[in-house]
Design a protein around this ligand. Structure first.
Ligand code: ADP
Ligand code: GLC
Length: 478
C-alpha cells in the first residue's frame, strides 16, 4: 500500500476560492483504495463554515519552532467521503475572513503551514511515501524536507511531487524576511534554490526540490517553458523539463451531474436535454429578471473576475455583443473594475444582462445547466474546470485556445460535423466576438447541428478516472 499525503491550502467541501479546491477535494476519492492510502492536510481556517468546523475532532497538538518563534500546532481530523482530512490549527495564522489576505501575512502563514505539515507526520503516525504539494502555499514543503533530512532519519526517503495549478502565483517576498520567518539556513537563499530575482520564491523552491513536477494540462506544461506563459520561471521550467509533465484535471462526476443535481430546476441527461434543459433556462430567466424567451441564446460566465480570464476582451466588445439577440448571465467576484463592468452593462441592458457579483455554489450549477453556451476567453488557463462543467451539462463552451481549454474543447467543424465547442486563437476582442457570432449562427440557423455539438460534449469523459490513473503511474514511478 502506497501512502500519499496531499498538502494544499484549500479543498471542497471545506474551503474554496477556485479550481484548486475542486481538485484537492475530489481527486483523492478516485485512487484505487487497495493500492493507495491518500490523505489530505489543510489549514483549519476560522472562516470555514460552522457546519464543517463542528465536525472536526481533536487529534493532538504540539509546539513547533519557526526560527525564534514557538508556535502551537493543533491537529484536527475528519473522515469525509472515505478520505481522511487533517486540519492544522493555529488561530494566530488562520484567523482571517478569507483563506488569503495580504501577502505579508500569507508568506508567514504558509511557511508555518508547510513546516507544520512535516512536523505533524511522526505525531499522527502517518509516514507518507510521497507528499503531493499543491501550488506555492505548499512550496516550502520540499525545501524543508531537504533540510529535515540531514538531521532526522525519519524524513529520509520521503518523495515529493509539486503540482502547479497556476504559475502566476509564486509566493515571493524579500529574502531577509523569509530567512527570519523560516529559519532555513543561508544555503537555501541562492539563485539555484529558493531565490529568484533577488527575492525568496516559495513555488520556485518547491519546483527545485520536488522529485517530480506536474501541471494541470499538457498544453500548459509546454506553455510555461516559454516567456509569455513562464511568469519569469521559464528558464527553470526548461531546466526541469525532464521531471515535468501535464495531467489534465477532471471534475467530480457525482457533484456535477445534470441527472441528479439538486440545485437545478429540472434534471436531464444526454437523451432528454432537448426537451428538459430549456426548463432550466426559463426558470433562471425568471429568477434573474431576464426577458422570458426560451428561443434566445443564453451565454454564461462563472469565474473569478481577474485579468487571467480574459475580461478585457469582453469589456471591449460588450456593447457590440449586446446588439445581438443574446442574454448574458455572469457570476463572479474579484477585481473591482470587472465587477463594475458587469454591473454597468446589467444596468445598461436590463432584461438582457444579469450581473451576480457574489459567490454561490447553487447559482453556478444553475448557470451550467441553463445556458446554451459558456464563455471563457482566458488569457492563460492552466486547465480550467468551468468548461468541463459546461460540457457535462450540455452547455457549449466558447474558449480561447490556450492551456487546458485547448486540450479539452474540440472546435466545431461544420463540414466534418465534429467538435464540442467553439474556439479562437488570438487574444483579440473581435476575434472572440466573431467566434461568438459564429456560435449564434449555428444555434439559430442549424439547431440540429447545435444539438449534436451539445450531445458530443455531454458524451465526453472528464471524470477523474483517466487522470487519477496517470497520477497513480506517476506515484509508482518515483
Ligand atoms: P480557477 O481555479 O482559475 O478559478 P477553474 O475553472 O479551474 O478556475 O475553477 C473555478 C471553480 O470555481 C469552478 O468550480 C467554478 O464553478 C467556481 N467558481 C468561480 N467563481 C464562482 C462564483 N462566484 N460562485 C460559485 N462558483 C464559482
Ligand atoms: C488554477 C487554474 C485553473 C485550474 C485550477 C485547478 O486555479 O487557474 O486553470 O483549473 O487551478 O487545477
Amino acid at each position: 500500500m502506497k501512502k500519499i499525503l496531499f498538502a494544499a491550502s484549500e479543498a471542497v467541501p471545506f474551503i474554496k476560492t477556485g479550481g484548486l479546491a475542486d481538485v484537492v477535494g475530489s481527486l483523492p476519492k478516485y485512487f484505487d483504495k487497495e493500492k493507495y492510502d491518500v490523505r489530505v492536510m489543510l489549514p483549519k481556517y476560522m472562516c470555514m463554515k460552522e457546519e464543517w468546523k463542528e465536525k472536526l475532532s481533536y487529534h493532538t497538538h504540539f509546539y513547533m519552532d519557526l526560527n525564534w518563534r514557538k508556535q502551537y500546532v493543533g491537529i484536527l481530523e475528519l473522515e469525509y467521503d472515505g478520505i481522511t482530512f487533517y486540519f492544522i490549527d493555529n488561530e494566530y495564522y488562520f484567523n482571517g475572513f478569507a483563506p488569503y489576505g495580504d501577502m505579508y501575512a500569507d508568506i508567514e502563514k504558509f511557511a508555518f503551514f508547510s513546516k507544520a505539515v512535516l512536523s505533524a507526520l511522526p505525531v499522527i503516525g502517518f509516514r507518507p511515501d510521497i507528499i503531493h504539494c499543491h501550488d506555492w502555499q505548499a512550496g516550502l514543503i520540499p525545501v524543508y524536507l531537504d533540510n529535515f533530512r540531514y538531521g532526522d532519519e525519519y524524513y529520509r526517503g520521503i518523495k515529493t511531487i509539486m503540482t502547479i495549478h497556476n504559475l502566476k502565483f509564486q509566493g515571493t517576498w524579500d529574502t531577509k524576511r523569509v530567512r527570519d520567518i523560516t529559519g532555513l539556513p543561508q544555503y537555501y537563499f541562492a539563485p539555484d534554490k529558493l531565490e529568484a530575482y533577488k527575492d525568496a520564491n516559495y513555488l520556485k523552491g518547491g519546483i527545485v526540490y520536488a522529485d517530480r513536477i506536474t501541471t494541470v494540462s499538457n498544453s500548459y506544461a509546454e506553455e510555461i517553458k516559454t516567456p509569455f506563459y513562464g511568469e519569469k520561471l521559464e528558464g527553470l521550467m526548461n531546466a526541469r523539463s525532464n521531471c515535468l509533465s501535464g495531467i489534465v484535471n477532471g471534475i467530480d462526476y457525482e457533484d456535477y451531474d445534470p441527472a441528479t443535481d439538486t440545485h437545478i430546476e429540472k434534471n436531464y441527461t444526454c437523451d432528454s436535454f432537448r426537451r428538459e434543459k430549456i426548463k432550466n433556462k426559463i426558470a433562471l430567466q425568471k429568477e434573474l429578471n431576464l426577458e422570458q424567451d426560451h428561443h434566445i441564446i443564453m451565454l454564461g460566465i462563472v469565474s473569478r473576475l481577474t485579468d487571467q480570464k480574459g475580461f478585457d476582451l469582453i469589456a471591449y466588445v460588450m456593447d457590440e455583443l449586446c446588439q445581438d439577440a443574446v442574454q448574458i448571465v455572469a457570476l463572479g467576484t474579484g477585481d473591482e473594475k470587472y465587477e463594475n463592468m458587469f454591473r454597468h452593462f446589467a444596468w445598461k441592458y436590463p432584461g438582457k444582462v444579469s450581473a451576480n457579483i457574489y459567490y454561490s455554489e447553487a447559482l453556478s450549477h444553475k448557470i451550467y445547466a441553463s445556458c446554451d453556451a459558456f464563455l471563457m476567453p482566458s488569457l492563460f488557463e492552466p486547465c480550467g474546470l468551468s468548461q468541463l462543467m459546461s460540457l457535462r451539462y450540455g452547455t457549449v463552451p466558447i474558449v480561447r485556445e490556450t492551456g487546458g481549454l485547448k486540450d479539452t474543447v474540440e472546435p466545431y467543424n461544420e463540414y466534418e460535423k465534429t467538435g464540442t465547442g467553439f474556439s479562437f486563437m488570438n487574444y483579440n476582442a473581435h476575434e472572440m466576438l466573431a467566434t461568438i457570432r459564429y456560435a449564434e449562427r449555428i444555434y439559430y440557423d442549424k439547431k440540429r447541428d447545435w444539438n449534436k455539438i451539445v450531445e458530443r460534449g455531454m458524451n465526453q469523459d472528464f471524470s477523474w478516472k483517466n487522470s487519477a490513473k496517470q497520477y497513480e503511474e506517476l506515484y509508482d514511478g518515483i
